[in-house]
Design a protein around this ligand. Structure first.
Ligand SMILES: O=C(O)CCC(=O)C(=O)O
Length: 261
């Protein structure tokens, strides 16, 4: 499963996909997973939440409201504790797409689960993933695979097209768990350039680590907004590991002290 390459799945469209990504800093690929494959992934996520998560440290999941177990918002590093997600992250379907987007070999980094619970999921602040990744050169991508119908009401991702070519904006601390840094001078002009990505289960969006993106909260009363995020770094990119580790440790300590993790 998941071993097909992009050229086999979309023989006519591979060039269009790459050109769109290079131009806009993101691309939307419809039906990247079939309905049957989405069902398999959803079952594996449920199994992870029910069977694996309870065996892990309490810091393994992030919640919109820690006192409410139905508000899980992010579970990072699924690949570390579950063979299904480990092989999904390194399957040809995703790796070959990452190599096409980044023009060369990649390292699979992380697969995480995102949700915004109905009425509870909070907005994702505007940011560039590269600010968190601390890479030189900043060459990486995130793939975001929808597991539900996703639109403006339940918090779809919104991009600023072409922002991957405009450098790194200044970021500052937020009080949000999971998205600790946001663009500090984000203004009305930025908001006006945002493009929403409305997705169905199995649709995939891919964005560059320099692309500015954000998402609304979930204002619906009955629709979750579940997705998987898969991250790949170009093998040309070097991470400032000691800075990265120091930031993660300080952040985790702060969040634990505030009762958010
Ligand atoms: O799921 C979201 O709201 C945002 C995800 C995101 O920022 C990312 O995958 O880079």
């Amino acid at each position: 499963m998941f071993q097909e390459r992009l050229e086999m799945m979309y023989p006519q469209e591979t060039q269009w996909i790459k050109e769109s990504f290079d131009r806009d800093g993101y691309v939307l690929i419809r039906s990247f997973l079939s309905a049957q494959e989405v069902e398999v992934v959803s079952q594996q996520v449920n199994k992870y939440v029910q069977e694996v998560l309870p065996t892990l440290d309490h810091k393994a999941a992030m919640y919109d409201d820690r006192s409410n177990p139905d508000t899980i918002k992010q579970i990072p590093n699924l690949e570390e504790h579950d063979e299904f997600f480990n092989s999904l992250l390194s399957s040809d379907r995703f790796v070959k797409l990452a190599e096409l987007m980044l023009d060369g070999l990649v390292n699979p980094i992380d697969i995480q689960w995102f949700d915004k619970a109905p009425g509870k999921g909070k907005p994702t602040p505007p940011h560039q993933d590269g600010f968190y990744f601390m890479l030189e050169p900043n060459e990486a991508i995130t793939m975001w695979l929808a597991l539900d119908e996703v639109d403006d009401d339940n918090g779809c991702v919104r991009y600023i097209p072409g922002s991957h070519r405009m450098g790194m904006r200044s970021h500052g601390r937020t009080d949000l768990v999971g998205f600790s840094q946001a663009i500090s001078d984000y203004d009305v002009a930025d908001r006006e350039m945002e493009v929403s990505t409305r997705l169905s289960p199995g649709d995939l969006i891919v964005h560059h680590s320099m692309t500015i993106h954000t998402a609304g909260g979930n204002t619906t009363s009955d629709r979750h907004r579940r997705a998987l995020g898969l991250v790949y770094y170009s093998q040309r990119a070097q991470q400032d590991k000691s800075r990265f580790k120091a930031y993660q440790e300080t952040l985790t300590a702060e969040l634990v002290e505030q009762g958010k993790l």
